[in-house]
Design a protein around this ligand. Structure first.
Ligand code: 9W4
Length: 425
């Protein structure tokens, strides 16, 4: 039976009584998101989004609420749904509904409800769409093509979504311009290195409360996320071991002060393992067989197949949830292996995802892309567009300024020097 939900003409959420708790979370996030708050102040005066109707499909979190209220302050009319039933924070959804934002989202909804919610956000005839995963754009194109004529453009937050939209554009199937928010440096680089780095360690500590100092901390995959985890674990006193399949990445890991080993060797000495590769079967049966008693294993890669859990289940003689997000598997020889968050993304399932300060920049990119579409969307070709370098610099510049930091500025002479091919060396 579906739980009892709170429903009005422009909202459907779990429970409106949760609104005060959600508002407290939003207030906290606002205090950590100075870039969006600065843009809010500026664009509230300019009313840059006046007359725009924005349908959004994005994780209903405290940080998203700050984005939503910034879009509204700039003059937009909003209708929102969550892009993943498990990421919706019911108290945040209630706070938005209580503030008269049109929102259709509750935690744990089924697939039918998910699409029903998206459809409700299309009822008011949006002029812009804002996506994380492209479900809203796909819904418009596949199920509500009659809405396309009224839409100026949209944005997409994720790599996977952008990949699919580029394929659509290549086939001529995309019907309005889309801005690829993920490709902004102030989005992907900061999310992956600093966001995933800190929140993954946060998830490990919340799920286990172990001391990381003195531990062998194995990072599988030394891409941006792996590098972020390695950097933070090293900062807490761990001896970091990186495993890689790409020579340049392994070389970077060693020059950045970490040990490099194949997983077969790392498995024998690791105390904590985190996978961040994007590849399946990174930790499998033979690794579990050689792990030390007490080894902790988790994943921060996008797909939850990096750790072969079937292998772990098959080797174990017993299993119990010893703490929230921490399952203890006991092997036939008595060794215990601890799997966190059932192999799902440990930073989201056992912690709170990227800190608000990091989301500040990702969502500033969403906000400025909405403003760009409102201003010049009609002149954009129907394609997937990159974020201009100037937007990255604007966002990073505001962030620095809000941190009280300033930079040097090139003189006219220096700018000329850089471009002067006649000058020799
Ligand atoms: N959250 C999520 C997804 C699945 C999931 C324990 C197993 C992504 C980006 C942002 O996907 C997101 N499964 C869970 S909890 C959970 C959470 N479990 C529970 O049992 C299943 C997600 C973006 N973001 C931040 O990172 C911070 N603020 C944001 O808006 C949010 C959520």
């Amino acid at each position: 039976m579906s739980p009892k939900l709170a429903e009005g003409t422009n909202y459907k959420v779990a429970d409106l009584d949760l609104a005060p708790s959600g508002r407290m979370k939003i207030d906290w996030a606002e205090s950590r998101m100075p870039v969006l708050m600065k843009l809010r102040e500026e664009h509230a005066k300019l009313q840059s989004l006046k007359g725009m109707k924005i349908a959004g499909c994005l994780h209903v979190t405290k940080e998203t609420a700050v984005l939503v209220e910034t879009l509204a302050a700039a003059g937009a009319e909003i209708s929102w749904s969550g892009c993943n039933p498990l990421s919706t924070q019911d108290d945040v959804a209630a706070a938005l509904a209580a503030a008269d934002v049109s929102i259709f989202a509750w935690h744990g909804m089924d697939t039918d409800a998910f699409y029903w919610c998206i459809d409700r956000t299309l009822d008011f005839g949006p002029s812009l769409t804002l996506d994380d995963g492209a479900d809203l754009i796909f819904s418009v194109h596949n199920r509500h093509p009659e809405r396309i004529a009224g839409i100026i453009g949209g944005t997409e937050e994720t790599t996977t979504g952008i990949h699919r939209l580029r394929a659509m554009a290549n086939d001529g199937a995309l019907k309005y311009p889309v801005i690829a928010v993920n490709d902004a440096e102030t989005k992907w680089d900061f999310d992956n290195v600093y966001g995933t780095g800190q929140s993954s360690i946060d998830g490990i500590i919340r799920a286990t409360s172990v001391l990381l100092a003195g531990k062998n901390f194995v990072v599988a995959g030394y891409g941006h996320c792996g590098k972020g985890c390695a950097m933070r674990a090293a900062g807490l006193g761990s001896n970091v071991i990186a495993t890689e399949v790409k020579a340049t990445a392994a070389l970077k890991a060693t020059l950045e002060g970490h040990e490099v080993l194949p997983m077969d060797a790392a498995a024998r000495v690791g105390d904590v393992f985190i996978t961040a590769t994007g590849m399946k079967d990174v930790i499998v049966k033979r690794h579990f067989e050689s792990m030390r008693d007490g080894a902790i294993v988790c994943n921060t890669g996008h797909y939850d197949c990096e750790i072969n859990i079937e292998d772990l289940e098959a080797l174990a003689v017993s299993k119990r949830e010893i703490r929230p997000s921490c399952d203890e598997y006991t092997m036939a020889d008595g060794r215990r292996i601890y799997l966190l968050a059932q192999g799902r993304l440990v930073n989201l399932a056992a912690a709170e995802g990227h800190p608000s300060e990091v989301m500040d920049m990702s969502f500033a990119n969403q906000f400025l892309s909405m403003v760009r579409l409102a201003r010049e969307g009609k002149d954009l070709t129907v394609d997937v567009h990159d974020i201009p370098e100037s937007q990255d610099q604007e966002i990073a510049g505001i962030k620095l300024a809000t941190m009280g930091l300033s930079m040097d500025v090139l003189t006219e002479e220096q700018i000329h020097y850089a471009d002067d091919y006649a000058a020799g060396t």
